[in-house]
Design a protein around this ligand. Structure first.
Ligand code: ATP
Length: 513
């Protein structure tokens, strides 16, 4: 098993052991690619959602939020193009009977070549030291140039074939590249077929008059169909945005990698309505704003990169992904799409209702253009959680497992620990809990030696441990221990609220944007 695979396994088992994520319906052996958030997970997920909502809705006076239904009129999905074009190309391996996304097999092949490039770069960097110029190296080193050319021609051929729906050529490409089933090594492939990702369901009591519906595959369409309602009732002036968070459902062909690709997941989306012709400018602005939001959490600038799309979806005139370095490599975390007037136009045509905006400055009606930011809440959870989980070797050569979650997102902000279970210490600790819980999620823990309790809270991601000891009885002070540095300070009980607030307040973090 590779180092990355070992780390990813640790992430999955830590998430379960510490009450973050359970497999759905585990007692029935689980349901594939469906997960439940446990007592700590639900808090972390809520904090991520709030952090997004505050940054996007509360801090923008021209963005409002809504919460639309999962079930929508079926014509919505005709208009949006999902009935006809929300397909993934799938391919089966005849020997292993495993099913794959053909585009993912090809992308993974390219990712392997990219790893080779990274290795060449690392080697050269070592050799040349300070004199190393990466840009020059990758544009002149013959081997690297060859690798890069191979990636470019492969991806561009795949994009073209998919665009033309030339699935025979996608298969031919897989065969020419000699791509094998990653699990078994077999190269015995079926033809490539298209597969629609929407989950169908029925509305109505009797089979004859039941109406065929879909579980929404994205939250965006709930925003588009409400565009005029919100604009009118909120008296919104362009440019303005509508945001929402909520569940989406996709019958993913290959659902591996834990909560990275789920069949039921949550999105946080914002559609920004703008004057036609200004989309390039807003697209750049939102790319920049969203990256800053990510960076404000302090998870390392080197772990993010943009990946601009060559193959554009049917609705977009520009698109990029913010990719994050997950334990299994750089993968899409968020999409930013310049969606033109595609969606509103389509809904206007299919519904026969006008979805236009009257621009007083220009004195004319038009269908606004849209720039969308769309991030998966569960993927963000995985990014935060996997980035936070570290194993440290301490000075005395012991190791500690610590979940270095950004304090603003941590499920519990502090754990209050009486040093011993007697002499009135638990009573004081509980008083502190009762006082702090008005402002923060706090935990009380009195079981085991205090050192073990510290370790437990480290692994749980709690930023502060507050220990009540015999000195507390005399001078009303406690020890506050910081999770990441393990530093300990003596502070007054009455100062605790302010100390914790400084570190966990959304404002402190968002101000870094
Ligand atoms: P992918 O290429 O990984 O399938 P996508 O390009 O289809 O993703 P979008 O339709 O742009 O994704 O959706 C926006 C965001 O929703 C993605 O950036 C991702 O964070 C999240 N997302 C999409 N599909 C899933 C899924 N099956 N499970 C979890 N999150 C998802």
């Amino acid at each position: 098993m590779s180092k990355q695979e070992v780390q990813f396994k640790k992430v999955v088992s830590h998430a379960k052991e510490y009450g973050y994520i359970f497999q759905s319906s585990e007692i029935y052996d689980g349901l594939s690619a469906v997960y439940d958030y446990a007592q700590n997970g639900v808090e972390l997920k809520k904090n991520i959602r709030d952090y997004w909502w505050k940054a996007m809705v509360q801090m923008h006076d021209n963005i409002v939020g809504i919460d639309t239904a999962i079930l929508m009129h079926p014509t919505t999905w005709k208009a949006s193009g999902h009935v006809d074009a929300f397909n993934d190309p799938l391919i089966d391996n005849k020997d292993s009977k495993k099913r794959y996304r053909a585009d993912v097999l090809i992308e993974d092949y390219c990712a392997k070549i990219e790893t080779k490039i990274d290795k060449e770069v690392a080697k050269a960097e070592k050799r040349f030291g300070d004199a190393f110029n990466k840009d020059e190296f990758v544009s002149t080193n013959a081997r690297v140039v060859n690798y890069q050319e191979k990636i470019n021609t492969t991806l561009s051929r795949m994009s073209k074939s998919l665009e033309k729906e030339d699935l025979a050529d996608v298969k031919a490409l897989i065969e020419e590249l000699d791509i094998a089933d990653p699990l078994t090594g077999s190269k015995n492939w079926t033809d490539v077929k298209q597969f629609n990702l929407m989950f169908g369901t029925k509305l109505g009591a009797s089979a004859e008059n039941a109406m065929d519906l879909y579980l929404r595959p994205e939250t965006a369409q709930g925003i588009f169909v409400n565009f005029l309602n919100v604009q009118k009732t909120g008296r919104m002036k362009i440019p303005f945005g509508i945001a929402q968070t909520g569940k989406a459902f996709r019958n993913e062909i290959v659902a591996r990698q834990f909560i990275f690709r789920m069949r039921e997941f949550e999105q946080m989306e914002m559609q920004f309505f703008i004057k036609p012709g200004t989309q390039a400018e807003w697209y750049e602005k939102w790319k920049e704003t969203r990256l800053k939001w990510h960076l404000s959490l302090g998870m390392g600038a080197e772990n993010y990169r943009f990946h601009d799309h060559e193959k554009l979806a049917h609705y977009a005139d520009a698109a990029t992904d913010i990719e994050f370095k997950f334990p299994f490599g750089f993968k899409e975390l968020e999409g930013i799409h310049s969606r033109t007037d595609f969606d509103l136009n389509q809904h206007e045509q299919f519904s026969g209702k006008k979805l236009q905006y009257f621009d007083y400055e220009e004195n004319k009606n038009y269908i606004p253009y849209v720039v969308e930011t769309s991030i998966g809440l569960d993927r963000m959870f995985l990014a935060v959680f996997s980035n936070a989980l570290v194993e440290e070797t301490l000075e005395n050569n012991t190791t500690r497992t610590v979940l270095k979650l950004p304090a603003v997102l941590a499920p519990n902000k502090a754990a209050i620990l009486p040093l011993v279970k007697k002499d009135g210490l638990p009573e004081i600790a509980k008083m502190i809990v009762d006082d702090l819980k008005w402002d923060f999620n706090v935990a009380y823990d009195e079981k085991d030696a205090v050192g073990r309790r510290y370790r437990r809270q480290d692994a749980n991601g709690t930023p502060f441990c507050i220990t009540v000891d015999h000195n507390t009885l005399e001078d009303n002070t406690v020890t506050i221990r910081y999770r990441d540095t393990m530093d300990q300070n003596r502070v007054k009980i009455e100062d605790l609220r302010e100390i914790i607030k400084q570190e966990v307040d959304v404002k402190t973090w968002l101000m870094k944007m």
